[in-house]
Each structure stands twice: as C-alpha cells, then as structure tokens.
Design a protein around this ligand. Structure first.
Ligand SMILES: *[C@@H]1O[C@H](CO)[C@@H](O)[C@H](O)[C@H]1NC(C)=O
Ligand SMILES: *[C@@H]1O[C@H](CO)[C@@H](O)[C@H](O)[C@H]1NC(C)=O
Length: 253
C-alpha cells in the first residue's frame, strides 16, 4: 500500500506527464512507428495563429545534429531552399493547408531506424517557440525457430531474431505461456540493430507447442514463432526413423 504523501507524488507525476502530452513548448512528445511506415511529427501553436508568412525549422538534435525541414514564408526545402541534410532529402513534407491554423507538423516518409532520435521544431513569432519531439522507429522482425537436435525425449531448439531495434527481450515459453529455462542469450549489435540467439532444451514433460517470443516494450510490440515437437519412441536410435520424427515437427507461421 502507498502512504498518502507517496500517492500524492504519484498523482502529481501523472498530472505532469499528461500535461506534457498536450505538446506545450518545452515539453516532450514521443512518436513511435515501425520501420517503413510514415511518421507525423506534431508541432502546433495553441493560439492557432496563421504562420504562412512566418518561419519554422525542424532539426534533429540527438544523437546527431541534422537539418530536417525549413519553411520560410512560403519557401521550403522541397521548393529550392538549400541546406537540408541528405539523409532526409525527398522524404519530408509539411502540410500547407494547416499553416493557417498554426500547424507546422511534418511527415517523414518511409522511416528507417536511424531516423530515431530527438527533434526540435522552432516557430518564429515575436519570440521563438520550441517544441521537442522524440521519434522512435522500431524494427520488429519475427523470431525464427530451428530444431538443432531431437532425440526420443529431448529436443534442442534455437530461436533467432535478426536486425531488431530497439533491443528485444527474447524468451522461450510453453503452450501455457510459462517461461522455459534457456541458456544465456547470444547478442550482437550492428549500429542500433540487434541479433539475438536463444537456445533451450525441451523434454517430453514440457507441453508443445513451444513459443519463442520477442518483446520490445519501448515500441509496444510483441512477435513470436511457435513450433510443435512430436517426440517419437526410437528416433534417437534409428536413423531411418529420424525422418519420420522430423515430419512430426509442425511449424506454424
Ligand atoms: C496538424 O496537421 C497534421 C497533418 O494534417 C494533423 O495530423 C494534426 O492533427 C494537426 N494538428 C492539430 C493540432 O490540428
Ligand atoms: C531524447 O530525449 C530524452 C529526454 O530528454 C532522452 O531520455 C533520450 O535519451 C533522448 N534520445 C536520444 C536518442 O538521444
């Protein structure tokens, strides 16, 4: 149980969090998309005043600094204004009809993992208003299960997730969703992408189908592969029965 002061702090924290979701200058909004889809980065004046004749500038500030989109009283990066980072060339546009109502949001087409990071949107009025937006572009490849070895009462299974971002938690589970013991995961990283291999050994007493589940909490994504293993009496010993045994393995995609 929480004591009254603790609860008060939690409630205050919750209030502050919900207030910052409104997109006031100085607060941080988070946008989450999967790689390959388009992302709208929001930036709007609460006064809704017309900004067609004003300037606004979108920059990526973190982890590296890049010029994303600039609008200057009608001129912009898709209309001859120089200076845009080549990483964003041809992929970013604003919404011309929204300018009348103080909306300087942009859309980034066909996002890739390196687009992830913190962005700022500056709108020049009498004074500058700055908005911060965090973009997370996730890559969520499906795990793949392979059978490494099968005997009459044991199977050694490998689960592989390749190129995921952010780093997923990978787990083996039985048909009831119970976590199965597994070996230490093998993790390798290339840029922001992760390859993860997780080995487990299941026995007759575990209940098929077995699931390999990859969870990426930051992007609210869960994906899995599952496999039914039929252990057969003598396949560990008799070579010709091995084939029969493997036919007993059903993979569901
Ligand atoms: C700004 O424009 C974008 C694109 O049309 C839209 O998705 C967003 O809801 C608008 N924001 C506001 C506050 O109207
Ligand atoms: C973006 O900003 C947030 C809050 O300031 C910070 O926690 C996060 O690490 C930043 N992201 C990157 C990619 O730098």
């Amino acid at each position: 149980m929480l004591s009254a002061p603790e609860c008060l702090w939690l409630c205050l924290a919750a209030l502050i969090l919900s207030a910052s979701a409104e997109g006031e200058p100085g607060s941080q909004i988070k946008v989450v998309v999967l790689e390959g889809s388009d992302a709208i980065l929001p930036c709007s004046l609460s006064t809704k005043e017309n900004i067609e004749q004003n300037r606004f500038n979108w920059k990526k500030v973190d982890p590296n600094e890049q010029e994303v989109f600039r609008y200057d009283g009608g001129l912009h990066y898709n209309d001859g204004l120089p200076g845009q980072d080549k990483h964003f060339r041809g992929r970013v546009s604003h919404f011309p009809l929204e300018l009348q109502s103080g909306n300087a949001s942009i859309i980034i087409k066909n996002t890739v993992v390196p687009d992830s990071g913190n962005y700022t949107c500056d709108i020049r009025l009498q004074q500058k208003q700055t908005f911060s937006i965090e973009l997370v572009v996730g890559a969520a490849p499906k795990p793949l299960i392979h059978v490494l070895k099968i005997t009459e009462d044991e199977a050694r299974l490998k689960c592989e997730v390749r190129g995921a971002s952010p780093k997923p938690k990978v787990e083996w589970r039985d048909s009831d969703g119970n976590i199965l013991p597994a070996e230490e995961p093998q993790v390798s990283r290339t840029g922001e992408r992760y390859d993860i291999t997780l080995l487990t050994t299941v026995t007759r007493t575990n209940i098929s189908p077995f699931h390999c589940v990859a969870t990426q909490e930051e992007i609210g994504h869960v994906t899995e592969d599952k496999l039914s293993v039929a252990f057969c009496g003598t396949c560990g010993k008799v070579i010709t029965r091995m084939a029969v045994c493997f036919i007993g393995i059903l993979s569901f995609f």
